[in-house]
Design a protein around this ligand. Structure first.
Ligand code: SF4
Ligand code: SF4
Length: 171
Protein backbone atom coordinates (compact mmCIF):
# COMPACT_ATOMS: atom_id res chain seq x y z
CA UNK A 1 0.00 0.00 0.00
CA UNK A 2 1.28 3.43 -0.97
CA UNK A 3 0.55 6.66 0.88
CA UNK A 4 0.99 9.89 -1.07
CA UNK A 5 0.81 13.34 0.55
CA UNK A 6 1.25 15.91 -2.22
CA UNK A 7 2.94 19.08 -0.97
CA UNK A 8 5.24 20.29 -3.75
CA UNK A 9 8.89 19.99 -2.68
CA UNK A 10 7.71 18.58 0.66
CA UNK A 11 5.73 15.72 -0.88
CA UNK A 12 5.79 12.46 1.07
CA UNK A 13 5.40 9.07 -0.56
CA UNK A 14 5.65 5.99 1.63
CA UNK A 15 5.00 2.30 1.17
CA UNK A 16 3.91 -0.32 3.70
CA UNK A 17 6.41 -2.67 2.02
CA UNK A 18 9.31 -0.68 3.48
CA UNK A 19 8.75 -1.99 7.02
CA UNK A 20 9.78 -5.43 5.69
CA UNK A 21 12.02 -4.30 2.86
CA UNK A 22 12.86 -7.22 0.54
CA UNK A 23 16.19 -5.64 -0.38
CA UNK A 24 17.92 -4.73 2.87
CA UNK A 25 17.27 -4.68 6.61
CA UNK A 26 18.19 -1.01 6.35
CA UNK A 27 15.85 -0.41 3.40
CA UNK A 28 16.79 2.47 1.12
CA UNK A 29 18.85 3.93 3.96
CA UNK A 30 21.59 1.41 3.13
CA UNK A 31 22.38 3.73 0.22
CA UNK A 32 21.50 7.27 1.32
CA UNK A 33 20.98 9.90 -1.38
CA UNK A 34 22.93 13.12 -1.70
CA UNK A 35 21.58 16.26 -0.05
CA UNK A 36 21.37 18.42 -3.15
CA UNK A 37 21.31 22.20 -3.53
CA UNK A 38 17.51 22.24 -3.70
CA UNK A 39 17.36 20.14 -0.51
CA UNK A 40 19.72 22.45 1.32
CA UNK A 41 17.73 25.50 0.18
CA UNK A 42 14.48 23.88 1.36
CA UNK A 43 15.95 22.89 4.74
CA UNK A 44 17.19 26.46 5.30
CA UNK A 45 13.80 27.86 4.26
CA UNK A 46 12.20 25.58 6.88
CA UNK A 47 14.39 27.13 9.58
CA UNK A 48 17.15 24.52 9.46
CA UNK A 49 20.17 26.70 8.75
CA UNK A 50 21.74 26.34 12.21
CA UNK A 51 20.84 22.65 12.28
CA UNK A 52 22.71 22.19 8.97
CA UNK A 53 25.75 24.03 10.34
CA UNK A 54 25.74 21.86 13.48
CA UNK A 55 25.41 18.65 11.48
CA UNK A 56 28.22 19.69 9.11
CA UNK A 57 30.41 20.52 12.14
CA UNK A 58 29.62 17.08 13.59
CA UNK A 59 30.46 15.39 10.24
CA UNK A 60 26.97 13.87 9.95
CA UNK A 61 26.66 15.89 6.73
CA UNK A 62 29.84 16.09 4.72
CA UNK A 63 30.80 18.61 2.06
CA UNK A 64 32.65 16.59 -0.56
CA UNK A 65 35.42 18.69 -2.14
CA UNK A 66 34.48 19.99 -5.58
CA UNK A 67 30.83 18.95 -5.30
CA UNK A 68 27.69 21.03 -4.96
CA UNK A 69 25.91 18.73 -2.53
CA UNK A 70 26.32 17.29 0.94
CA UNK A 71 27.00 13.61 1.52
CA UNK A 72 25.12 11.52 4.08
CA UNK A 73 27.86 9.28 5.51
CA UNK A 74 27.20 5.66 6.37
CA UNK A 75 28.11 3.90 9.59
CA UNK A 76 28.16 0.21 10.45
CA UNK A 77 25.54 -0.90 12.95
CA UNK A 78 23.43 -3.86 14.05
CA UNK A 79 19.79 -3.84 12.93
CA UNK A 80 17.13 -6.14 14.44
CA UNK A 81 16.24 -7.74 11.09
CA UNK A 82 19.84 -8.18 9.91
CA UNK A 83 21.88 -11.34 10.45
CA UNK A 84 25.13 -9.34 10.45
CA UNK A 85 26.15 -5.71 11.01
CA UNK A 86 25.45 -3.55 8.00
CA UNK A 87 26.39 -0.14 6.69
CA UNK A 88 23.66 2.49 6.49
CA UNK A 89 22.97 6.21 6.72
CA UNK A 90 24.28 7.90 9.84
CA UNK A 91 20.71 9.03 10.69
CA UNK A 92 19.15 5.57 10.63
CA UNK A 93 18.06 4.40 14.07
CA UNK A 94 16.46 1.17 15.26
CA UNK A 95 12.98 2.59 14.59
CA UNK A 96 13.81 4.23 11.26
CA UNK A 97 15.03 7.68 10.33
CA UNK A 98 15.87 9.84 13.34
CA UNK A 99 15.49 13.25 11.68
CA UNK A 100 12.22 14.94 10.66
CA UNK A 101 11.05 15.03 7.06
CA UNK A 102 11.86 18.71 6.68
CA UNK A 103 15.53 18.03 7.45
CA UNK A 104 15.88 15.17 4.95
CA UNK A 105 16.81 15.05 1.31
CA UNK A 106 13.63 15.21 -0.77
CA UNK A 107 14.64 11.85 -2.20
CA UNK A 108 14.26 10.34 1.28
CA UNK A 109 10.72 11.73 1.35
CA UNK A 110 9.41 10.70 -2.05
CA UNK A 111 11.49 7.86 -3.45
CA UNK A 112 10.08 4.35 -3.41
CA UNK A 113 11.44 1.45 -5.45
CA UNK A 114 9.78 -0.47 -8.24
CA UNK A 115 8.68 -3.26 -5.88
CA UNK A 116 6.97 -0.73 -3.63
CA UNK A 117 5.22 0.87 -6.60
CA UNK A 118 4.07 -2.52 -7.84
CA UNK A 119 2.54 -3.17 -4.39
CA UNK A 120 0.74 0.15 -4.55
CA UNK A 121 -2.70 -1.12 -5.51
CA UNK A 122 -5.06 1.64 -6.60
CA UNK A 123 -2.48 4.29 -5.75
CA UNK A 124 0.19 3.01 -8.11
CA UNK A 125 -0.56 5.17 -11.15
CA UNK A 126 -0.83 8.40 -9.16
CA UNK A 127 2.36 7.59 -7.25
CA UNK A 128 4.26 6.93 -10.48
CA UNK A 129 3.07 10.23 -11.91
CA UNK A 130 4.08 12.12 -8.77
CA UNK A 131 7.46 10.40 -8.69
CA UNK A 132 8.23 11.27 -12.31
CA UNK A 133 7.18 14.88 -11.81
CA UNK A 134 9.24 15.26 -8.64
CA UNK A 135 12.38 13.77 -10.23
CA UNK A 136 12.04 16.11 -13.23
CA UNK A 137 11.31 19.12 -11.03
CA UNK A 138 14.22 18.58 -8.61
CA UNK A 139 16.64 17.81 -11.46
CA UNK A 140 15.64 21.06 -13.16
CA UNK A 141 15.86 23.08 -9.93
CA UNK A 142 19.28 21.66 -9.00
CA UNK A 143 20.62 22.59 -12.46
CA UNK A 144 19.25 26.14 -12.08
CA UNK A 145 20.78 26.50 -8.63
CA UNK A 146 24.12 25.15 -9.87
CA UNK A 147 24.16 27.86 -12.53
CA UNK A 148 23.28 30.52 -9.93
CA UNK A 149 26.07 29.29 -7.64
CA UNK A 150 28.62 29.43 -10.46
CA UNK A 151 27.59 33.04 -11.17
CA UNK A 152 27.34 34.29 -7.59
CA UNK A 153 30.30 32.35 -6.13
CA UNK A 154 32.89 32.25 -8.96
CA UNK A 155 35.74 31.65 -6.51
CA UNK A 156 33.90 28.74 -4.90
CA UNK A 157 32.04 28.59 -1.61
CA UNK A 158 32.02 26.86 1.73
CA UNK A 159 28.89 25.36 3.26
CA UNK A 160 28.89 28.14 5.84
CA UNK A 161 26.25 30.56 7.15
CA UNK A 162 26.54 33.15 4.35
CA UNK A 163 26.24 30.51 1.64
CA UNK A 164 23.36 28.72 3.36
CA UNK A 165 21.48 32.01 3.83
CA UNK A 166 22.02 32.89 0.18
CA UNK A 167 20.79 29.45 -0.88
CA UNK A 168 17.81 29.48 1.48
CA UNK A 169 16.59 32.72 -0.07
CA UNK A 170 16.30 30.84 -3.38
CA UNK A 171 14.15 27.98 -2.11
S1 SF4 B 1 11.32 1.74 -1.22
FE1 SF4 B 1 11.83 -0.39 -1.78
S2 SF4 B 1 14.06 -0.58 -1.37
FE2 SF4 B 1 13.31 1.25 -0.30
S3 SF4 B 1 12.84 0.55 1.80
FE3 SF4 B 1 10.94 0.47 0.58
S4 SF4 B 1 10.81 -1.61 -0.18
FE4 SF4 B 1 12.94 -1.27 0.47
S1 SF4 C 1 18.23 10.75 6.16
FE1 SF4 C 1 16.83 9.29 7.10
S2 SF4 C 1 15.51 8.56 5.42
FE2 SF4 C 1 17.30 9.55 4.49
S3 SF4 C 1 18.78 7.88 4.10
FE3 SF4 C 1 19.25 8.75 6.13
S4 SF4 C 1 18.10 7.51 7.62
FE4 SF4 C 1 17.25 7.13 5.58
Amino acid sequence: MLRLQLAGADTLLTSSLCSACPHSAAGCCAAPPRVALSDIARIVAHGGRDWLLAEIAASRLVAAPGHLWLVLPRTVRTMPAAAAPLSACVYLGLMGCTIPHDRRSATCNYYVCEDALAHGGDGEAEARRALDELVASFTRRDAELARDVATAWPEGHAFDAPFLDWLGARA
